[in-house]
Design a protein around this ligand. Structure first.
Ligand SMILES: [Zn+2]
Length: 496
């Protein structure tokens, strides 16, 4: 949720929303804990563990990707992703120690350590005094090689919870220092948030420090392709980065990019060894696209994440008796649902194919126009929206209604009005702090295909777990997010 510029928000309603999202203030009531079903595991241990976390990926995110792929073939139904073809399913509660609707840090702490914690805390107890050992650290102690991969910046909350221990997720530089001191074998994805920082009156350059600690730091495709087992410990950063030093959204990627599946393949190549490996692979931008209520971008992110799961499955097929794959989510984001009041019982997900870019890329286009001296006409904006989203194109079945044109016009006034407007409760509900024209365009397209959203934040709904391989049977059922960690630890033969 850190992409939203919320500096200018003044009113108390929005402050409440900000607190809810960032967790800056929180009360410390103890959660009501149901009995957990973490049965004893006495089976054999997995040598290879793939732990996939789809950030913000609830059931609807998975299902809408499957519906979309079926709809593209003119069918009603699902064309299943590899994720939902895994042989065992369960589902989990996601609440944090101090809030029903969790955040990525508290959730990932549970998923990495087996303990509940407070909002924004990175693998420490709820009072932020005690470090909680993560399964990645346990795997490393056991002699396994460890890889951490994410589509977002590598010091972001979810990956951080596997190698860092810090009081809050916003301490990016401290988290990065934990990364270079972790001695883990492979980090990949988006870059550090800050490359330099001050400590004890000295400027520390993270890349220099990483190299001193024995890491090879690379950020070009050429260097990436050359990586081999001989490379030693590696930090591999995507050659093209977007907002927040993350990889670009899948919908915006070209042959220049390295995607999550590429990083996963490389991790297997580099980490495979006689003691086995543990890797955590995060689809971090599913969440970001859902915060922005952008369905097409979300679906492309889910498919991109699924492609990384496919890479793990290929490895599994070679080592079925030694491998465990677990795919889980930390929470649902956006309150995404299949069905919109304005569409009644109708849906036509195939029309999402007319969206050519993510909301982020489209926002760049609008922001560039804002730099010009002459403001674009409304017709020029309508043409841009037609070119990028198909909206207003009768032949595509996306003719705009009077109401929709009015909504775009209101967004146009909001974006290009001369006086700088402050965000109000109304504009927050309409645009969530995002660029108004971008938000209006994705909102209208989503409604026209039958997808709706309830929030720009996370929701408290349970999320699915999918597993296949060694010990998969213990992932069946309905349990808590902390149990996922306990179960994986049990199958790895480490931990609690
Ligand atoms: Zn999250």
């Amino acid at each position: 949720m850190n992409l939203i510029n919320i500096k200018n928000i003044k009113i108390s309603f929005i402050s409440i929303v900000i607190v809810a999202i960032t967790g800056i203030n929180f009360s410390c009531s103890q959660p009501i804990s149901e009995e957990n079903n973490n049965e004893q595991y006495s089976g054999k241990h997995a040598k290879y563990v793939f732990y996939f976390i789809g950030d913000g990926m609830g059931l609807t995110q998975i299902n809408s990707a499957e519906n979309y792929q079926a709809a593209l073939k003119g069918k009603i139904g699902v064309k299943r992703l590899s994720i939902s073809k895994l042989s065992t399913q369960g589902y989990i509660t996601t609440y944090a120690q101090d809030r029903y609707i969790t955040g990525s840090a508290a959730a990932a702490t549970s998923l990495a350590t087996g303990y509940k914690t407070t909002i924004a805390t990175i693998s420490m107890d709820g009072k932020r005094q005690k470090k909680l050992k993560t399964m990645a650290e346990m795997a490393k102690d056991k002699g396994m090689k460890v890889g951490i991969i994410s589509t977002v910046d590598i010091d972001h909350a979810t990956p951080a919870c596997f190698y860092a221990h810090q009081p809050t997720r916003n301490m990016f530089f401290d988290i990065s220092l934990d990364l270079v001191n972790s001695n883990f074998d492979f980090f990949a994805g988006g870059n550090f948030r800050y490359l330099t920082g001050e400590r004890n009156n000295k400027t520390i350059n993270l890349i220099d420090l990483a190299e001193q600690k024995g890491y090879k730091y690379i950020n070009t495709k050429q260097e990436f392709n050359k990586l081999s087992k001989k490379s030693g410990k590696v930090i591999a950063i995507g050659p093209v980065l977007a907002e927040g030093n993350a990889l670009r959204y899948s919908i915006d990627q070209t042959a220049e990019d390295i995607n999550l599946a590429d990083f996963t393949s490389k991790a297997i190549e580099l980490l495979d060894n006689k003691n086995g490996f543990f890797m955590m692979i995060e689809g971090g931008k599913i969440d970001w696209a859902c915060h922005a209520n952008d369905a097409a971008t979300t679906i492309h992110e889910v498919i991109d994440f699924d492609n990384a799961v496919k890479v793990a499955l290929k490895f599994y097929n070679k080592h079925p008796k030694q491998t465990l794959i677990v795919v889980v989510s930390d929470h649902e984001t956006g309150g995404m649902t299949l069905g919109f009041a304005g569409m009644g019982y109708e849906s036509s997900l195939q029309k999402l194919k007319y969206q050519k870019v993510s909301f982020e890329e489209f926002t760049k286009t609008i922001n560039n126009l804002k730099k010009n001296k002459t403001k674009p006409t409304f017709d020029e904006i309508l043409k841009l929206i037609k070119d990028n989203f198909g909206l207003g194109d009768k032949e595509k079945g996306l003719e705009l209604t009077k109401l929709e044109k009015k909504q775009i016009h209101n967004a146009y006034l909001e974006s290009f009005s001369k006086s700088k407007k402050q965000m109000t409760e109304e504009t927050y509900l309409l645009y969530g702090g995002y660029e108004p024209i971008s938000l209006a365009a994705t909102r209208i397209l989503d409604h026209k295909v039958g997808i709706a959203w309830t929030t720009y934040a996370h929701t408290g709904t349970p999320v699915p777990v999918h597993a296949q391989g060694v010990g998969e049977q213990i992932f069946k059922g309905y349990y808590d997010n902390t149990d996922v960690a306990k179960k994986i630890m049990a199958v790895m033969g480490v931990g609690l």
